[in-house]
Design a protein around this ligand. Structure first.
Ligand SMILES: O=C(O)CCC(=O)C(=O)O
Ligand SMILES: [Fe+2]
Length: 332
């Protein structure tokens, strides 16, 4: 089926936003502005170990998101990843359509655009590219862009780095919960099992950004999400009762706590509610890597964190069941 891409729409000198992108008043950025003066914690991985554990634990429980500096992933590698993503979205439309996904038939991987299921439904101002990244046994490389030619090599290298960083962050979070370094990682599945997915988000310039959303408020169902944005701001996180804008900081990685860590930690780590706004003049992009357990993994509050004073706050189920419920908006 022919899908109307937001990028094509945006390149057509639109003055007004088509109705399907106009959010109801209570969701509009113009009516739900971020507060000034609050900032997401920025944490350097080169801090002394005990201090680092403490800061990461605090950020995970109070914010559910942290910005990492001195994270060890080379700026050159990140810049290459970003260039390739941009190059893909600059390809002729026909070439991109070869990779079109079709969520209505369960084909989630590939090039995608949100589709309204009925006339009232609002859609997000975004085109994206989504694919599994690891373990390689579960990857269908036909779903990865073949152009630019170095996409696979660079993406695989980036994935390795993200897996190393994940190991570090999960270790710190485990220690912050008073557990052994390996506790969270082994619940999610060790290196051959843990899954990563890449989502390249592309938000074209939008004629009326105050009325639209790039991504609706949501929590990620992953364990962790590692995200690099380009320099166009837009990400906002919910804190207590208001939105806080996440500043763009050069050479910084964003780490979101996702639903699976909230469950495993029995609520000590918070899965952060977030949304993305769009810009009038500039294209915003972000590269999100979702780190998640395999579908068959059984995830529930870790028994060592549960006792009479701290009864389990979440039910235990397979990650497949969790996904099914989340996709279908069923209670967990
Ligand atoms: O673009 C962003 O900063 C956020 C994207 C996001 O939340 C997602 O892809 O899950
Ligand atoms: Fe997200």
């Amino acid at each position: 089926m022919e899908v109307e891409r937001v990028q094509c729409l945006a390149s057509g000198q639109l003055k007004e936003l088509p109705a399907k992108f106009i959010r109801p008043a209570h969701e509009r950025p113009e009516n739900t502005k971020a507060v000034e003066g609050e900032t997401v914690p920025v944490i350097s991985l080169s801090l002394p170990h005990d201090l680092l554990v403490k800061q990461v634990a605090e950020a995970a429980s109070e914010w559910g998101i942290l910005l990492l500096t001195d994270h060890g992933i080379s700026p050159t590698l990140i810049a290459r990843l970003q260039e390739l993503g941009q190059q893909f979205f600059n390809l002729p439309q026909k070439e991109k359509e070869v990779y079109a996904n079709d969520p209505s038939t369960g084909r989630f991987e590939g090039y995608g655009t949100r589709m309204a299921k009925n006339l009232d439904e609002k859609v997000e101002w975004i085109d994206y590219y989504f694919h599994m990244m690891s373990p390689s046994s579960k990857v269908n490389y036909d779903m990865w862009p073949k152009n630019p030619a170095s996409y696979r090599e660079v993406t695989e290298e980036y994935n390795k780095e993200v897996l190393k960083l994940t190991d570090t962050v999960l270790g710190l979070l485990s220690e912050g919960l008073g557990l052994e370094r390996k506790a969270l990682k082994s619940s999610l599945g060790d290196d051959e099992k843990i899954e990563t997915e890449m989502k390249i988000n592309m938000y074209p310039p939008c004629p009326q950004p105050e009325l639209a959303l790039g991504v609706e408020p949501h929590t990620d169902m992953s364990a962790l999400t590692v995200l690099v944005p380009n320099d166009v701001p837009g990400l906002q996180v919910w804190r207590q009762d208001h939105w806080v804008a996440v500043d763009f900081l050069q050479n910084t990685l964003l780490v979101h706590i996702g639903d699976q860590l909230e469950v495993l930690s029995n609520g000590k780590c918070r899965s952060v509610l977030h949304r993305s706004l769009v810009d009038k003049e500039r294209m915003r992009m972000s590269w999100a890597v979702f780190v998640a357990p395999p579908h068959e993994a059984v995830i529930g509050p870790l028994p060592v964190l549960v006792n009479q004073e701290n009864p389990p706050k979440y039910s235990t189920k397979t990650f497949a069941e969790f996904r099914h419920r989340k996709f279908n908006k069923l209670p967990q």
